[in-house]
Write a protein that binds this ligand. Structure first.
Ligand code: C2E
Ligand code: MG
Ligand code: MG
Length: 753
């Protein structure tokens, strides 16, 4: 334990000693004088001893503190100096000594301190600046000749012998300064590179604020080199913004990406730029970096335009072709995935375009295609596309804004506009289109997948003109089913599995067979008979129907002529025509050829057409019908009463026979309204010199009601179901016998009367 001088203890001792001396003098007055002299002398000596020991103590204490302090700071990892105003005392710690290259024994430490403080000519004012400063920056060269910078913080510690003792603590700035220099040169390097490269560069560490190179500032006419992402986006052409957004949000660090977009340039026009960008991830010491080069490629683009026109533009319609649709569609698909957008993929088909083309000629057909493309183009929204996929198939890519009705509404508006399109040659043609649509990215794993599904939806409609159908995964089942059926039907045609059955038509006044209706049957190798309702609609939606119709026409004519040659009574052969066959431009020639080949007189051939078929394009239908009538062929209106049922059409259509639909006959014995309608129709038809036949007669009550109503002919199970040729030949014979007997009876009874 350290002993220290205690003034209080000294005072107590002095007081106690004085009290003892005074007490002794009182008790022994005879010795008082001597005692007081001794006491005073003792006190003087004691005071002297105390003063001397105090002085010694004081000096001793200072030297102990200094040692303690220097012990502490000697090994601190920062430069330190303790110095007195007049440099009579100087202490330099090891860190600084090492830096200055001096030893602890060096005699002239003053000089070393000046060096450390960067003072060449020491004077009072220089030292004064240091003594009172918390940040005095000095620079000097170390023995190796390297520049060293230190920031000194100096504070007075105490006054000793009228001199202030100061403690200076240094902070070595040398490395920091080097870093600053490096950073500044890196910045200069970056700026110079940007300037010298003469290409637009844009970089960001947070994808929000971008730094643009001087060249980019010039190209885009930016106000300054810092631009935020929204300002940058505003310069992008609205049609290219989805691509841009996709690029900005792309977090794939693996490779350099490239997009071509239009940017509004300094002169206000949109120019094409290639934006090559990359994401560089941040490390512990660096921030992530994002950006790339923006290069004006307008000239190349213009050159490429010619090539692109050939590669990506459809020649006839001048809108994008399938290639463009597929490449841009995939880009949009990818952006949709990154940005959580959706797009509608609509595939459109012009109804009966092949008929239109055949009817109005190739150049008018092109006119229709061009105008259709033009209409589609009007419906394209920013970022979307209109394209011609093939023939009369088109596509529309539209951004989805959460409105599920959008595709249907858009197609309806397109249909309205398309219907209005009319020139002289087209005035008689009704223009409609059908559509199928799907949504991306939901409806497929790639753009092609989504497009295929929209096409599925288009094909899955029932053939109704103007239909609009959205894709649903369940559609695959029926379409695959239909495709299978289509394949086996095509095989069946080649293998002659199709055969005509004939159903008799009876003259109600004589009971004699006056004709047959040829009805197609598919007879499978195992003998199964398939009725037309199961395969004719599928044949109608493909090109198979024309093969079937050709067979029916030729076979019907051949068979009828054969029966005539065999000596059977002359009867009318009725055949059914599908819409697509009837609207063929060469229909007249085909019928003419079939008649010529078989040698059948045209008056023994009748073509049955449905109301719906005739009225879908009435002027063209009338034209076709007249051509057939001119050949001498009869024309029947089938299934009358199921379609528009307007009697006014009887005025316009050049038909020779009206077939009342089975639905009127089924209940005619009980249903008065049906009876009234049927008899009214028969009356009006008669007035127009049109004969009538009732379909679906199954009993004699129906037969007599119709006979009474004035109906000319009848067809139905009552007389016979559709049957193969050998069976109908038997029917001819029995019918001939029966009707001869009936007629003989009738003339017999007439004679009697
Ligand atoms: P459609 O031309 O109206 O033919 C009449 C249909 O009514 C026939 O059916 C016939 O079997 C049926 N039928 C006749 N009498 C009766 C009866 O008393 N009661 C009942 N319940 N049914 C009766 P099928 O042969 O199945 O033909 C159905 C439809 O298929 C035909 O209707 C026609 O539109 C179409 N079709 C038939 N053959 C051909 C063809 O060669 N070409 C084309 N394009 N279509 C055909
Ligand atoms: Mg028919
Ligand atoms: Mg019918």
């Amino acid at each position: 334990m350290r002993r220290t001088f205690n003034p209080l203890a000294a005072s107590v001792i002095i007081v106690a000693a004085s009290a003892l001396v005074i007490g002794y003098c009182i008790l022994n007055p005879e010795y008082a004088k001597d005692t007081l002299i001794i006491y005073v002398c003792t006190m003087v000596c004691a005071t002297l001893i105390l003063a001397i020991s105090g002085w010694i103590y004081k000096n001793k204490k200072t030297s102990i503190d200094e040692k303690e302090i220097t012990n502490v700071i000697e090994n601190l990892n920062t430069e330190m100096i303790i110095w007195s105003d007049n440099f009579s005392y100087v202490y330099i710690n090891k860190k600084l000594r090492d830096l200055l290259g001096i030893s602890s024994e060096k005699s002239d430490k003053k000089e070393a301190v000046w060096t450390a403080f960067g003072i060449n000519t020491p004077d009072a004012s220089a030292l004064g600046k240091i003594a009172g400063s918390y940040s005095y920056e000095s620079s000097f060269r170390n023995p190796q000749g390297n520049l060293v910078s230190i920031a000194w913080s100096t504070s007075p510690v105490k006054k000793f012998k009228k001199q202030w003792i100061h403690l200076s603590t240094g902070f070595n700035l040398t490395e920091l300064k080097k870093m600053r220099v490096n950073l500044a040169s890196a910045n200069d390097f970056f700026n110079s590179s940007m300037e010298l490269a003469e290409i637009g560069l844009i970089m960001s560490t947070d994808r929000k604020i971008y730094r643009a190179s001087p060249e980019l500032v010039r190209m885009l006419g930016l106000r300054n080199s810092t631009i935020n992402v929204n300002e940058f986006r505003a310069l992008v052409h609205p049609n290219d913004r989805i691509q841009f957004d996709g690029a900005i949000k792309n977090r794939d660090m693996s490779e350099i990406k490239n997009i071509e977009i239009r940017l509004r340039s300094a002169d206000g026009s949109y120019r094409w730029y290639s934006y090559r960008f990359k994401s560089i991830p941040g490390t512990g010491n660096t921030l992530p970096l994002f950006g790339g080069a923006v290069i004006d490629v307008t000239q190349e683009h213009e050159k490429d335009m010619l090539i692109e026109r050939l590669a990506y533009i459809d020649e006839v319609t001048e809108i994008a072709n399938r290639n463009r649709l597929v490449s841009m569609g995939q880009e949009i698909y990818d952006s949709c995935k990154i940005l959580n957008y959706s797009f509608w993929m609509i595939v459109l088909d012009i109804d009966r375009f092949h008929i239109i083309n055949d009817t109005i000629g190739y150049s008018n057909g092109n006119y229709v295609l061009k105008n259709f493309a033009h209409i589609l183009y009007k419906f394209v929204t920013p970022g979307g596309l209109a394209a011609r996929i093939s023939g009369d198939n088109f596509a529309l890519l539209l951004r989805d804004y959460g409105d599920d009705e959008m595709p249907t509404r858009t197609v309806k508006s397109i249909q309205e506009e398309f219907a209005k399109l009319a020139v002289d040659e087209l005035a008689s043609i009704s223009l409609t289109c059908s559509a199928g649509y799907s949504k991306m990215p939901e409806d497929g794993s790639s753009f092609l997948d989504v497009m295929e599904h929209a096409e599925f939806a288009l094909k899955s409609n029932d053939g109704t003109q103007g239909s609009i159908c959205g894709y649903e995964p369940s559609m695959h089942d029926s379409i695959i089913g239909n495709t299978e059926l289509e394949k086996s039907l095509a095989l069946a045609i080649d293998n002659n599995e199709l055969q005509l059955f004939y159903q008799p038509k009876i003259d109600l006044s004589s009971g004699r067979i006056m004709g047959v209706e040829a009805l197609i049957r598919w007879i499978k190798p195992d003998g199964t008979i398939i009725t037309p309702d199961s395969f004719v609609p599928i044949a109608e939606s493909s090109h198979l129907i024309s093969k079937i119709s050709e067979f029916v026409l030729n076979e019907g004519c051949r068979q009828n002529k054969l029966w005539q040659k065999m000596g059977y009574p002359n009867i009318v052969m009725s055949i059914n025509f599908a819409s697509s066959d009837f609207y063929q431009n060469d229909l007249r020639e085909k019928v003419f050829d079939a008649l010529a080949r078989s040698g059948l007189d045209p008056k023994w051939l009748e073509v049955e057409l449905t109301e719906t078929l005739a009225l879908s394009d009435i002027d063209f239908a009338v034209n076709q019908m007249n051509k057939l009538r001119d050949l001498g062929v009869k024309l029947a209106m089938d299934d009358f009463g199921t379609g528009y049922s307007s009697l006014s059409y009887l005025q316009i259509l050049p038909i020779t026979l009206l077939k009342l639909d089975r639905s009127f006959i089924t209940d005619i014995e009980h249903d008065n309204i049906a009876y009234e309608i049927v008899s009214a129709v028969i009356r009006i038809a008669k007035s127009k010199k049109i004969e009538t036949i009732a379909e679906g007669i199954e009993n004699t009550v129906q037969e007599s009601i119709l006979r009474m109503a004035g109906c000319d002919y009848a067809q139905g199970y009552l007389y016979g179901k559709p049957m193969p040729p050998e069976k109908i030949q038997e029917f001819f014979e029995t019918n001939e016998k029966k009707s001869r007997e009936i007629n003989e009876k009738r003339s017999h009874s007439n004679k009697k009367k």
